[in-house]
Structures are given as C-alpha cells and as structure tokens.
Design a protein around this ligand. Structure first.
Ligand code: NAD
Ligand code: IPM
Ligand code: MN
Length: 354
C-alpha cells in the first residue's frame, strides 16, 4: 500500500486540496486505488501551530511517504515572521531534504481553452511544452547570502548563484531523457553572456549532450530571449532545461499560454525510489483566498502527476487527465478562465466525468 502525504498549507492551498481529496476518494472507491492518506499542517498554518513551517515530524513523514502533495504556502499574515521560519523557508527545506532536484512543469494548452489565454488562439492552440527546472540548487540555496551593514553605514543585500558539475549533469540528464519520450528537443536557458555560472551551465550541458545524448537536438538560448520567445511563439519549444530561478519565472510565464496559472501542476522528483513532491506552480493567492473561487485544476493535475510518477498508477492518471479534459470540453470554467464556477463546482464537474 502506497502512502500519500497531503500538505494543504495556506491561502487557497486547503481549498484546492479539498477537491483533490474528493478525487482521491473517488478513485479509491471506484478505481481500485489503494492509498494511505496522511495529512500535516504546513507553511504558515504549521508556524501558527508549532512555531515552524515544517516540523521535524512532518518532514520525517514526508521522507517516509511514497508521494507528497502540497497546496501552497505563504501570505501576508506571515510577512513579519523570522526569515528562517517563514512559510516559503519550510517549502525550500522540504525540497532540499527530499532532494527533489528535478521539477517537471508541463505547460499544455487544452483544446477547450485555446481561447482562454491572453495570447492569440493560433499562438497557443496545441501547445505542449515541458519546463525542467532545477529545484535544489542555484541562487535559492547558494551561500553566502544575507543583508549586512557596511563600514560606511550603507546596507548591502546579497545572494550567491552557484552550480556544480554534478548538479547540472543530473538535471540535464532528466531533460534529455524526457525529450527522448517527446519531440526529442531540448532548449537550455541561462545567461552565459553575463554570468559565470551561466557559462559553466552551458559548458556542462554541451559536454553531457555530446557524451550521452547526441541523438537529442540541443539548442542554447539566453534566458531573456527565452522569456520573449515564450510569448512570441511558445510552440517552438519541446523541453526547456533551466535553473532554479529562471525556471520559476519561465513557468509562471508559460502558464498564461495555457489560460491560467491555476492550471499548471508540477512534479518534483529525486533519485528513483524516493518520494516525489507534487505541487501546483501557483501560490497561496491571498487576493482570492477564502472566496472559494480558486481553480483546483493545477492541484488535481498535480495528483495526476503523482499517480504517474510515484504511485505506479498511470492508468488512473490517464483517466483523471481525461476527466479534466472532458470537464473543460463541457464548458467548466472557474473565474480565472472567464467562467463562473466555484472551486467546489469545478471539482464536482471533474468528479462527474471521473
Ligand atoms: P500566486 O501564484 O499566489 O498568485 C498570483 C496571481 O494568480 C493572483 O492574482 C492569484 O489570485 C492568481 N492565482 C494563483 N493561483 C490561482 C488559482 N488556482 N486559481 C485562480 N487564480 C489563481 O502568487 P503571489 O501572489 O505572488 O504569491 C502569494 C504567496 O504565495 C506568496 O507568499 C508566495 O511566496 C507564495 N507562493 C507559494 C508557492 C507554493 O507554495 N508553491 C508558489 C508561488 C508563490
Ligand atoms: C514556486 C514558488 C516557490 C519558488 C516559492 C514559494 C518558494 O514560487 O514553487 O514556483 O520560488 O520556488
Ligand atoms: Mn513560482
């Protein structure tokens, strides 16, 4: 029996995870899914209860699970808490301790939503790209970092962007392997024109490509151009390989080509056999939290990715994906997609198809 840890978190996190819970229950009742569900507070919710965004106990439960599915963390309520106990610090600590370095962020435009994007129909119709974001390194974790006071009384804030050969090689391998199962093309995005770590990234990706993946078509693109190309012609891409920070930005941007950030799931994977961390790419959306209008699709599709990548039920993943597609084909739309459905009604529309 597999174990799934739910971490609803903050803001709209619990609202969208509530819909995932119903999907899990339906698949257990009617799809032959056998799963032990566990749940823990996370982020600001955990801070309020335990003074830390991630307790050692919750962390241990995560490491002992087969998959972890989170909603979202953060929000203005915790703007003043200590840096090391802010909600987002808990998420970073969890990613690092699970060593889920490979963050797969698929941006797929459902046919029914080709008119939902702020981009033109012909630019986004049929879009199917995969952003492979490095998740456990780079400027998110590099040392030194801090804010200090200089002798002249000025203050200085600093972070360190840093990548080692093995960190780049392992994420590049994931991108190349994935490309082989898709359109066999990888675009590696960095700033090798400005950053030493960017130049090094390009060198390592070039080396490993020549050594082990020469059959895959590899292009290098400066990350600023990549961001522009994602709006100009997103369909030119198959797999985008990039670092932690650029991957964060490029995936939010790519989400709009699919209609809404409320649609994009992600899977964070580590070494084979270890649990994966599944999360919508969106945040806690403080502006709509508590209103019951958040789109639950990104969270539901994150569970779909968990079924595929950690829970060994690709058959149920296909079924769930089909149910989401059918609900959208039937006109189900939350507010972010120009519709009127509440979070619960959207979940119900998907459940009805399931
Ligand atoms: P956000 O993604 O929470 O929201 C950005 C915009 O998108 C908002 O207008 C929001 O209403 C909308 N949106 C997001 N998800 C939606 C959904 N499912 N349905 C409909 N609309 C949706 O980004 P933000 O406002 O910059 O960040 C808010 C907080 O969330 C911050 O504390 C940030 O650190 C945190 N955050 C957490 C995660 C995570 O837990 N994985 C990810 C991103 C941001
Ligand atoms: C994301 C989020 C996180 C990130 C934050 C909340 C730490 O924006 O998952 O995209 O920057 O990685
Ligand atoms: Mn983000």
């Amino acid at each position: 029996m597999k174990t799934l840890l739910l971490l609803p978190g903050d803001g709209i996190g619990p609202e969208v995870i509530a819909e995932v819970r119903k999907v899990v229950a339906a698949l257990m009742a009617k799809g032959g899914l056998e799963l032990t569900l566990v749940e823990r507070p996370f982020g600001g919710t955990s801070y309020d209860l335990h003074g830390t965004p991630l307790t050692a106990e919750a962390e241990a439960v995560a490491l002992a699970s087969d998959a972890v599915l989170m909603g979202a963390v953060g929000g203005p309520k915790w703007a003043g808490v200590g840096r090391d106990v802010r909600p987002e610090a808990g998420l970073l600590r969890l990613r690092k301790s699970m060593d889920v370095f490979a963050n797969l962020r698929p941006a797929i435009c459902f046919d029914a939503l080709a008119d939902a994007s702020t981009l033109k129909h012909e630019v986004v119709a049929g879009l199917d790209i995969m952003i492979v974001r490095e998740l456990c390194g780079g400027v998110y974790f590099g040392q030194p970092r801090g804010i200090e006071t200089l002798p002249d009384g000025q203050r200085r804030g600093f972070d360190t962007q840093v990548y080692t050969t093995s960190e780049i090689e392992r994420i590049a391998r994931v991108a190349f392997e994935l490309a082989r199962s898709r359109d066999n093309r990888v675009t590696s995005a960095e700033k090798s024109n400005v950053m030493e770590s960017g130049l090094f990234w390009r060198e390592v990706v070039t080396d490993i490509h020549a050594r082990d993946y020469a059959d895959v078509k590899l292009d290098h693109m400066l990350a600023d151009n990549c961001s522009m190309q994602l709006v100009r012609n997103p369909k030119q891409f198959d797999v985008i390989l990039t670092d932690n920070l650029f991957g964060d930005l490029l995936s939010d941007q790519a989400s709009m080509a699919t209609g809404s950030i409320g649609l994009l799931p992600s899977a964070a994977l580590g070494v084979a056999g270890k649990p994966g961390l599944y999360e919508p790419i969106h945040g806690s959306a403080p502006d709509i939290a508590g209103q019951g209008v958040a789109n639950p699709v990104a969270a539901i599709l994150s569970f779909e990715m968990a079924l595929r990548w950690s829970l060994e039920r690709p058959d149920l993943a296909d079924r769930l994906y089909g149910a989401v597609e059918a609900a959208l084909n039937g006109g189900a739309r939350t507010r972010d997609l120009g519709g009127k459905l509440s979070t619960e009604e959207m979940g119900a529309a998907i459940l009805a198809q399931l």
